[in-house]
Every structure is written in structure tokens, then in C-alpha cells.
Design a protein around this ligand. Structure first.
Ligand code: 6R9
Length: 654
């Protein structure tokens, strides 16, 4: 075996897990269905998508045109049809047995449990939709949601959808500053928040953050703030602007017509990090997005009416949007929701809840699995996890050891694992195994779903067919769940996702390779985006936060491998002359706290290294690849001939 072959086989995982026969016998999609879907998608993509959209969505006005490519890459799907997303998630389940089935089962950190049937959820959503209208919200208005993981957050999202308001959910772990940026960028008219959120026994002061974000000197358009009472924190209500959730509901009728909106009507805006500067407001549509969320839950998670389904992601992320709210509810499923820290009060909290509520489908992130693995298997072993029948992961590449632990310790060697590759921008799963069809390999997200045309291409945009060769992961054809743009910035949409290869492909920003069986192995981001605990953070965002500190002149941020978080944040910082004499330890701590305050605790650097200079090319660009090697303690094997001052390297290595 040649040297490179030996290396390749070391890199490729050889274990393979066949589909259990009893699973495939009952699966929503079996091998014959799969072959048929793939054949249809190949021969006539429009007929394929059209049939699915007609079969699975309830249309007010059916569409006649499937895909409009006239303004590509601004694609439009089902564009002359109309529907109501909340109707599809609620009203259409009110007939028959689903009416009184649990739609949401919520457990709070203190152990409180609340359940909403479809009929109850429909009623609460309708009342809250009326409350929003009463506060002056109309279709197209933006509504920001900055909430804990409580049923009211789901109610708020669906109420917006019902009246055509565009929601933007801001993760409750984000800071006042991050909230302010999103309020300004969307021009939201109304903010829905809570007095606080629970996290490991402590109340996070959401309303206080909201007040800071809403200071008069900021350029937001927020006129009203609806506040849910949740932690009973002592808060200020600003006269004329703020009102309690229960007061907003007072006198509201429990029916609210689900008016039809155009298929392309924006459903929501969700911010995600890019390679430059400020986060991008990813815009998703109504019909296409909902169709893809609905289908992928059925296909990839094999969701059935009797399942109890739990996705652990916060609704502030795309995973919460597609796989806690829209996908499962459009399918009439029972969704479990938890507010609180994963290991509170003990490391078996998740497993206790799976047992208590009979969770059958469980979807989480590799970072969580690694953290649980570290706590030891005695914690899951205390619980009966036999209700589980399928496990999923998302957010970053899954390490084979963590995969095996998940498979054996949590899944009892019986549950298929769906490693799902997708992004905020893709709306739903793109590359993932189908549990009744696809055998799995630990660490691989397997194969593109029917209708998804993934390719791996080289720097020139040429498809790479040779197995194991890495390249850019791209999509050759549009799909209904894709983003429709970046809010208020068409040029950035084209620039970020299409321009690299002349608008021929959607460019995901990840690198990947394909093995001889055609299985995809995603290797990570190719741009300056970090993946910390499955969350995307732009190096530029963190650097800007650091430079906003009075002591900092210049900063460069790189990722270093981390056992639990996947990547840890290492910041190199050059001080302003006026702060050169500051105590380094105190300053390091204060810079870490500063970033947490400006962006949120997830962005807090793990390591801050104060240095006199940063390595730069002669054209003045910071050489992050060099810093990455230094941060990792690697030998500098790379070419540093373009470096302006080679002495910098010795100085940094000290
Ligand atoms: C859904 C979500 C997207 C980025 C993506 C990639 C990484 C997600 C992955 C994965 C390997 C998987 N990623 N799933 N990498 N295997 N199964 O996470 O959206 O927050 O936008 O992040 O996450 O790098 O490009 P988002």
C-alpha cells in the first residue's frame, strides 16, 4: 500500500452499521420508496417537488408554477400559490384524534410540566395572534422574539405566522448588544420577551437585556414590548411601551382567521455568522421552507403519529425552528420541550426526562454527546431508555468515538443514528441517512436526500469524482427549503453563497470528501467561521468585539480543537500603548468578559494571548493560518515567505 493509501484508510472509518430489518419493515421510507423518489427527482425535478407540495401541504390557492428561475439565484417556489403556515401546523390537525393529542409537552428546570393539546395550542396561538393585531401588528411587520424555551415562545412564533408577521427569534443567550443589532437590522416593531429565563438554577435577566437593547439612542423601531412573567424577577415596565403577556391577551377572542399568504411570503429572519463582519439575516419563505421541514422530519426521523419527539436545540437556532416547531407540528407530532441546563441538577437530567416522557426520537449535538460521555455511562445507565427508537445529531462533524458511545450507551445498540448535515441557510436536512434505507458509518452524514444535488468541486468549480479527494461542498440545483436571501442585502446574498463559482452552485462554505461508496464526510468550514459547541461564530464578529475594548488596538481570533466544544476560541490581542503596562491576567479576564457581554457567553474566548504584533502579509492581511498553528502548538511548516516580519513568529511562539 502506498503511503497516501495508508493515510486514506486511516482517515476513513471502516465500521458500517446495517439498517435493522425490523426498522426498515416499518419505516416511512423503505428501499423501494427511496428508489422511486430518487428516480423521480432525477428525471423530472419539478414534477417531483410539485407532487410532494400538493400531497403534504394544505393550500388555500394551489400553485400552478413550481420553480421560477427568472431571477436566479433569487429562486422562487410555488410562487402563485397561497397558504397559511399556522393553519398547516395547527388547524388541519383539529379533525379526528389529533385534536386532543399532545402537541407540546414542556418541562421546566424545576420539574414543572405543562401540556398543550393541538386544540389548546390552536386556541392560544389564535388569542395571541389577535393580541398582536391589537397592538398594531400587520402582515410584513417584523416581530422579535427574545424568550426562554417555554411554550409561549412557540405560541409567539406561530401567532406571527398566522397573521403574516415576520418573526426573528433571538437566542436568549445572546447579549443586549446582539439583540440591539438584530432589532435595528430587521426594523422590528414589537418585541416579545420575558422577565427572565432559567439556567442552572439562576434567572437570566432577559427583560433587563431588552431594556438595554431598547435605549433611546439606538436606532430601533420597537414601539411595544410584550413581557411574559416567568421567573418573577423584579423588572421595570415602561409606561406606554411595555405590557404583560396576560394583559395583552385580556379580552382577546380565541378564534383568529388563518388568512392565506403567498407561498413566498417571508416566514422568518434568522441571523447567522458569516466570514465577514456582522451576522447575516437569513430569510426563509413560507411554503418551500415548511415543505422541506415537514418532509425531512418524516424521511430522516421516520416520525410517526405515536412518537414523542425531542430536539434539544434552543428555538433561537435554525434547528429549533425547523425541528422543534415547524417540521414536527406540520406533521401533527407530539413535541417535547425543555427549559434549562442539560446537566441540572444532575448529569442524568436528559435521560431522566427521556424515561419520564417516553421520548422515542431524540435529536441533539455532538458537543452535548461528548459532554455526557465525559460524565460517564453510570448516568444514562440509571434510566430506562427503551422508549428510544431513533437518534439524531447535528451541528458539527460527529467523532466516531462519540458516535459509538451514543449508539451503544444511549441507543442500546438498537437505534439508527441520523447524522444530519445542513445549515441555517438550507432550511432543513440536506445530507443524512434514511433510517429504513441507508446503512451508517460513524462520522459520516451519509448521502444527499432525494431532490438534493450535492457535489464536491475543486477551486475551479470542477466536480471531483475521485473518492476521498476533498473540496468545496456545493449544491447544483435549488431546493424549496433554501434561503431566499439576506434581509436587506441582496448583494451580500449573491456574494456569500453564489459568486465564487459564477452563480453555478450554492456554496455552503464547508469542505467535504466522498468515499468510494459515495458517503459524504464533512470536514468543517473553509471560511473564517468557528464552530463552537455546534454554534457558528464569525472570527470577525469576535475580533470587532475585542477591538471595541479601550485597551485593544488589534485582535485576531482562531479556533483550536477542544474535547467537548469541538472548537475553542483563542484570541491574539495587541494592546494600545496607553494600556501596555496593565496587569495581563486582569486584562485577559476583562477581555473575556467583554466579549461575553457584547455577543453572548458562547463567544467568550477560552484563551487570550497578549502580544506585541500580529503576523501579517506584505499586503497587510493577518495570517490566521499561522496563528492557528501557533495556537495549536504545531510546528511551523507552512510557507511564511509573504510574512512582513519573520521575527513575529519567534515572538509569538514564546
Ligand atoms: C443546522 C446547523 C451550519 C454549519 C455547517 C457545518 C456544521 C452542521 C453538521 C455539520 C458536520 C454535520 N454542521 N451539521 N458539520 N456534520 N452533521 O447547525 O446550522 O448553525 O447554520 O451551522 O454547521 O459546518 O456549515 P448552522
Amino acid at each position: 500500500m502506498s503511503h497516501s493509501n495508508a493515510l486514506d484508510s486511516l482517515l476513513s472509518e471502516i465500521r458500517r452499521f446495517a439498517v435493522p430489518a425490523d426498522f426498515s419493515a416499518q419505516a416511512n421510507i423503505n428501499s423501494a420508496d427511496y428508489a422511486q423518489l430518487c428516480a423521480q427527482a432525477e428525471t423530472d425535478p419539478e414534477a417531483f417537488w410539485s407532487a410532494l407540495a400538493r400531497q403534504h401541504l394544505s393550500w388555500h390557492q394551489p400553485f400552478t408554477e413550481v420553480l421560477d428561475e427568472r431571477r436566479a439565484p433569487f429562486y422562487r417556489w410555488f410562487a402563485d400559490g397561497s397558504l397559511n403556515v399556522a393553519h398547516n401546523c395547527l388547524d388541519r390537525h383539529l379533525h379526528g384524534a389529533t385534536r386532543h393529542k399532545a402537541a407540546l409537552i414542556w418541562e421546566g428546570e424545576d420539574g414543572a410540566v405543562r401540556t398543550f393539546t393541538y386544540a389548546q395550542l390552536h386556541r392560544e396561538v389564535s388569542r395571541f395572534a389577535n393580541a398582536l393585531r391589537h397592538q398594531g401588528i400587520e402582515a410584513d411587520d417584523r416581530v422579535a422574539i427574545y424568550m426562554p424555551m417555554v411554550p409561549e415562545a412557540v405560541i409567539a412564533m406561530l401567532a406571527c405566522a398566522r397573521i403574516g408577521a415576520i418573526h426573528t427569534v433571538v437566542f436568549g443567550g445572546f447579549s443586549a448588544e446582539a439583540l440591539k443589532d438584530r432589532l435595528e437590522d430587521t426594523g422590528a416593531k414589537l418585541l416579545i420577551t420575558a422577565d427572565g429565563a432559567w439556567r442552572a438554577g439562576k434567572a437570566v435577566p432577559l427583560k433587563r437585556h431588552a431594556d438595554q437593547a431598547l435605549l433611546r439612542e439606538h436606532e430601533h423601531q420597537v414601539e411595544k414590548v410584550i413581557v411574559l412573567r416567568h421567573t418573577n424577577a423584579d423588572i421595570d415596565l415602561q409606561e406606554g411601551r411595555d405590557l404583560w403577556w396576560e394583559d395583552a391577551l385580556a379580552g382577546m377572542e380565541s378564534s383568529c382567521p388563518a388568512l392565506p399568504f403567498n407561498a413566498e411570503h417571508p416566514l422568518f429572519i434568522l441571523y447567522t455568522s458569516g466570514s465577514t463582519g456582522k451576522p447575516k439575516g437569513v430569510v426563509h419563505s413560507s411554503a418551500g421552507y415548511l415543505l422541506w421541514a415537514l418532509l425531512t422530519v418524516r424521511w430522516v426521523f421516520d416520525l410517526k403519529p405515536e412518537d414523542v419527539y425531542w430536539c434539544t436545540a434552543d428555538i433561537g437556532w435554525i434547528t429549533g425552528h425547523s425541528y422543534t416547531v415547524y417540521g414536527p407540528l406540520a406533521n401533527g407530532a407530539t413535541v417535547f420541550l425543555y427549559e434549562g441546563a442539560p446537566m441540572h441538577p444532575h448529569p442524568d437530567r436528559f435521560w431522566a426526562m427521556i424515561e419520564r416522557h417516553g421520548v422515542s426520537i431524540f435529536y441533539t449535538a455532538p458537543t452535548a454527546i461528548r459532554a455526557f460521555m465525559k460524565m460517564g455511562q453510570e448516568w444514562p445507565e440509571r434510566h430506562d431508555l427503551s422508549s428510544l427508537r431513533l437518534l439524531g445529531t447535528v451541528g458539527e462533524p460527529m467523532n466516531p468515538e462519540a458516535w459509538m458511545w451514543y449508539y451503544e450507551t444511549i441507543g442500546g445498540g438498537r437505534c439508527p443514528i441520523a447524522d444530519t448535515w445542513w445549515q441555517t441557510e438550507t432550511g432543513g436536512h440536506m445530507i443524512a441517512p434514511l433510517p429504513g434505507v441507508t446503512s451508517t458509518k460513524p462520522g459520516s452524514c451519509a448521502l444527499p436526500l432525494p431532490g438534493i444535488h450535492a457535489r464536491i468541486v475543486d477551486e475551479a468549480g470542477q466536480p471531483i469524482d475521485k473518492p476521498e479527494a476533498g473540496g468545496y461542498l456545493v449544491m447544483e440545483k435549488p431546493w424549496p427549503g433554501m434561503l431566499r436571501g439576506i434581509w436587506g442585502d441582496d448583494a451580500r446574498y449573491v456574494e456569500s453563497y453564489w459568486a465564487k463559482f459564477g452563480n453555478r452552485y450554492y456554496v455552503a462554505g464547508d469542505s467535504a470528501r466522498r468515499d468510494a461508496d459515495g458517503y459524504y464526510w464533512v470536514m468543517g468550514r473553509i471560511d473564517d467561521v468557528l464552530n463552537v459547541s455546534g454554534h457558528r461564530l464569525g472570527t470577525a464578529e469576535i475580533e470587532s468585539a475585542l477591538v471595541a475594548h479601550p485597551a485593544v488596538a488589534e485582535a485576531a481570533v482562531v479556533g483550536i480543537p477542544h474535547e467537548i466544544k469541538g472548537e475553542a476560541i483563542c484570541a491574539f490581542v495587541v494592546l494600545r500603548a496607553s494600556h501596555a503596562g496593565d496587569d495581563r491576567d486582569t486584562l485577559g479576564a476583562s477581555l473575556r468578559a467583554h466579549v461575553a457581554e457584547l455577543i453572548g457567553p458562547i463567544a467568550r474566548p477560552d484563551d487570550v494571548r497578549i502580544t506585541d504584533t500580529l503576523p501579517k502579509t506584505r499586503s497587510g492581511k493577518i495570517m490566521r493560518r499561522l496563528l492557528r498553528a501557533i495556537a495549536r502548538g504545531e510546528e511551523i511548516a507552512q510557507d511564511i515567505s509573504t510574512l512582513e516580519d519573520e521575527g513575529v513568529v519567534r515572538e509569538l511562539q514564546k
